[in-house]
Design a binder for this molecule. Structure first.
Ligand SMILES: Cc1cc2nc3c(=O)[nH]c(=O)nc-3n(C[C@H](O)[C@H](O)[C@H](O)COP(=O)(O)OP(=O)(O)OC[C@H]3O[C@@H](n4cnc5c(N)ncnc54)[C@H](O)[C@@H]3O)c2cc1C
Length: 374
């Protein structure tokens, strides 16, 4: 069987991976010399903790299993089962963490409520002020800036895999057949469009104007090396307000009685932080939904993140080395993990995994493979 994958972000690369694993002949086509979209710009969090119960959690847990398996083969992914801590302060935040631990799927996530001393024993870099922490043992991380390169190097070991960078797929001209902007035609039994947040052009022509997917823009930064290990990923209690796993009456109380600071509220912010292989910290994020998106990055959210991180680490943040923004595509129905749609004869579109795309992509690709009978 022949498969054409369009897009070399994590969703496309995982589809190529699944197809090659099943012995199929794969051509992966990428518009840029290398992918430059959300898949490089993210935290690299394999984030189980905040997922909605049911299908979303099951997908994330299966994906984490696959990441670990693939990470065992591809050391350049930097897969590590580092877990995460969400430090809490005061009774209102503590109650949300307690409600999370009381969930019936709590054990599957590896939730545990830790005392201050236990949290510091697990992650000694957290010398700031807090009273307890929610631990999620199943959270993990990979290195997003190099993950696609490492996966591709492994894929290229197979004679069945070809990577064609610097080509934009412009048109579907027949069953399983696409034309690129070099005028070359690619025939396959299945074409999977993993074109991320590029919802115009080819995707709009094929899927029509009513695609149930929207675009979201986030601001991020990365510091110089911290000079010590940050042994777990870290979130702040504002993350409780955004992830479905934390919905509870305790969260309603928190929102009503202790709203976010104006900057955090205006930019729909939470803190997520993970240490990179070089020791630097990737820190974010904001959420922008209204178009047109800003073309530049704003300082206020960075100042807020600086304060939050310094209050948790109990020390000044190292110099900020990089700032950037990224855009992902998210299903407008929050209950849907991904938008998978047949958009032509032998042509499927897979997009919209939102802020969980890095986490879920291996399982999303596995589901596509199963649905398409690869
Ligand atoms: C700042 C930020 C932080 C995030 N953090 C996390 C996180 O920690 N954990 C998590 O699970 N998720 C996270 N996400 C979400 C995750 O990064 C995305 O869901 C995921 O990367 C989407 O992957 P993709 O392959 O669909 O898209 P992309 O990575 O954008 O890849 C799509 C590719 O398709 C190519 N392309 C488009 N059209 C064509 C065409 N016609 N022909 C050829 N090539 C084409 C593009 O050039 C691009 O390289 C984050 C996202 C952002 C923006």
């Amino acid at each position: 069987m022949k498969v054409t994958v369009v897009g070399a972000g994590v969703v496309g690369t995982m589809h190529a991976w699944q197809a090659v694993e099943r012995g199929h002949e794969v051509v992966q086509i990428e518009r840029e010399a290398e992918a430059r979209g959300a898949s490089l710009r993210n935290f690299g969090q394999i984030w189980v903790s905040g997922r909605a119960g049911g299908e979303e959690l099951e997908t994330a847990l299966r994906a984490r299993e696959l990441w670990e398996e693939i990470g065992g083969r591809v050391s350049g992914l930097g897969f590590r089962a580092n877990g995460s801590l969400t430090p809490v302060r005061g009774d209102l935040e503590l109650a949300v963490a307690e409600a999370a631990v009381a969930r019936e799927d709590s054990a599957a996530r590896g939730y545990k409520l830790l005392t201050l001393a236990e949290a510091r024993a697990l992650n000694p870099a957290l010398r700031g002020e807090f009273t307890a922490a929610l631990y999620c043992e199943r959270d993990a991380a990979v290195e997003p800036r190099t993950a696609q390169l490492a996966l591709r190097a492994e894929l290229l070991k197979s004679p069945n895999y070809t990577f064609l960078p610097g080509r934009e797929v412009r048109e579907v001209i027949g069953a399983g057949t696409v034309r690129d902007d070099h005028g070359e035609v690619h025939h396959a039994d299945a074409v999977v469009l993993c074109t991320g947040a590029w919802l115009g052009g080819l995707v709009r022509e094929l899927a029509g104007p009513g695609l149930p997917v929207r675009r979201v823009r986030l601001q991020m930064m990365q510091t110089d090396p911290l000079g010590e290990p940050l042994t777990t990923s870290v979130a702040d209690a504002d993350s409780f307000r955004y992830y479905p796993a934390y919905a509870s009456t305790a969260l309603d109380e928190l929102n009503a009685r202790q709203p976010q600071t104006p900057t955090a509220r205006d930019h729909r912010m939470q803190l997520l932080m993970v240490q990179r292989a070089d020791g630097g910290l990737t820190i974010g994020d904001t959420h922008e939904y209204e178009h047109p998106f800003a073309f530049d990055t704003l300082e206020d959210p960075y100042e807020h993140l600086n304060e939050v991180v310094e209050s948790l680490l109990g020390r000044p943040l190292p110099r900020i080395r990089r700032r950037w923004a990224g855009v992902y595509a998210q299903c407008t129905d929050p209950a849907r993990v991904v938008h998978r749609q047949q958009v032509g004869d032998g042509v499927w579109l897979v997009t919209g995994p939102g802020g969980r795309g890095m986490t879920c992509s291996p399982a999303i690709a596995e589901q596509t493979a199963q649905q398409l009978g690869w």
